[in-house]
Design a protein around this ligand. Structure first.
Ligand code: ATP
Ligand code: MG
Length: 357
């Protein structure tokens, strides 16, 4: 029997609802598989914790989860706590020290889901976006002086290191190589940002030489947004900086039908630290407590987590169950235009898991 220990951090808002659903599905998935067990430790960190303790997680929080096999994360953010506190106090406080430098975002139009694109031209869409997750535009380098004066000045310096760019490029080429089409698009803005982005282009060419079987091209980020909409079938794997990929992946999530579907993994490829899997969406306080949050993104993230743990068969089974459920419009939550509840979707996925051969 293979045993795994998962640290679950549901966080705020619908994070708690979708993680509860995700854990239920993981349980059924493990029972159905029979070859592995999942033990879950729950951590109540987030905005409610912040209001009690003045911080989003305990000071030794990272030590409490360092030895887990993976982290299953919901969402953070609350109307009455500033965004930079929730983000830097918990999510990034885990991502950065655990060196989860590859943020991986698969995008597909699942069966039964209407993409704004499919309505127009019926394209196939099967992408993985690799986002550099440790430096770049979100390195936090910069400052602000003379506040309130006309000559007030603020800077955010995008910081790229050769080590950081090379490792994300290698990760992306390796991922592209593992996929059937072996196709990678390296996204930059090297016409306007003439230092770091030119270095990206150079490093891309260097790393490409290590992967002769991968076909790759370069694209400016603005042109890439057009290509994602007009020629989606020409794209497979994408690698881009922290900021560029952040924007591209919201576009990708919208094209795939709903933010409620889009999953992500924050990966530490060297496996020195646990990797973290989460739905892309936030805490969505507008629908919190109504029982209508779409749990599909969380199931898909759970499938990525199983894949990362090496449970490939179970990961594939969970995705088959998800696709059987999305194919049925009666099991669509309101974000997909339906009237199903989180519980209905979760029960249906669990049933499909049990019935899967
Ligand atoms: P954050 O600042 O944490 O990114 P946000 O307020 O920007 O959060 P989200 O919480 O991601 O945005 O949600 C944006 C909108 O999408 C919300 O209004 C919400 O109703 C909808 N939404 C997000 N996730 C889901 C989901 N899983 N199911 C249904 N609707 C969702
Ligand atoms: Mg948001």
């Amino acid at each position: 029997m293979r045993d795994y220990r998962i640290a679950a951090i549901p966080g705020d808002g619908i994070g708690t609802e979708v993680i509860a659903a995700g854990l239920q599905a993981l349980d059924v998935c493990a029972a159905r598989d029979g070859g592995f067990r999942v033990a879950v430790d729950l951590f109540d960190w987030g905005s409610a914790y912040y209001k009690r303790h003045g911080r989003m997680m305990p000071e030794n929080g990272r030590d409490q989860i360092r030895r887990h096999d993976a982290i299953f994360f919901g969402a953070v953010g609350a109307p009455d706590v500033p965004d930079h506190v929730t983000l830097w106090g918990l999510r990034l406080a885990i991502c950065q020290p655990f060196d989860q430098y590859a943020n991986v975002r698969p995008t597909r139009i699942l069966p039964g889901i209407t993409s704004p694109l499919r309505a127009v031209s019926g394209p196939e869409l099967d992408w993985v976006i690799v986002r550099e997750n440790s430096e770049g535009e979100y390195a936090g380098v910069g400052g602000r002086v003379h506040q309130g004066f006309p000559y007030e000045t603020a800077t955010d310096v995008a910081m790229f290191t050769r080590v950081g760019v090379t490792r994300i490029m290698r990760y992306a080429f390796r991922l592209a190589q593992s996929r059937p089409r072996k196709l990678l698009t390296v996204v930059t803005k090297s016409n306007a940002q003439r230092h770091a982005m030119v270095m990206w282009d150079e490093i891309a060419a260097e790393v490409a030489a290590e992967f002769p079987d991968v076909t790759w091209d370069k694209m400016l980020v603005d042109a890439m947004t057009m290509r994602m909409v007009t020629k989606p079938a020409t794209i497979d794997t994408i690698v881009a900086t922290n900021l560029h990929a952040d924007i591209l992946s919201d576009l990708a999530a919208a094209l795939a039908g709903s933010l409620g579907i889009a999953p992500t993994g924050n990966i530490n490829p060297e496996r020195e630290f646990p990797s973290m899997f989460e739905p892309i969406h936030g805490s969505a306080f507008d629908i919190t407590g109504k029982g209508i949050a779409n749990p599909i993104a969380t199931f898909w993230s759970g499938s990525m987590m199983l894949e990362h743990l090496g449970e490939t068969a179970a990961a594939a089974r969970l995705m088959r169950a998800v696709e059987r459920v999305t194919a049925d419009p009666r099991l669509h939550t309101p974000d997909l235009g339906g009237s199903a509840t989180t519980a209905m979707v979760t029960d249906a996925v669990c049933e499909a898991l049990v019935g899967d051969n």
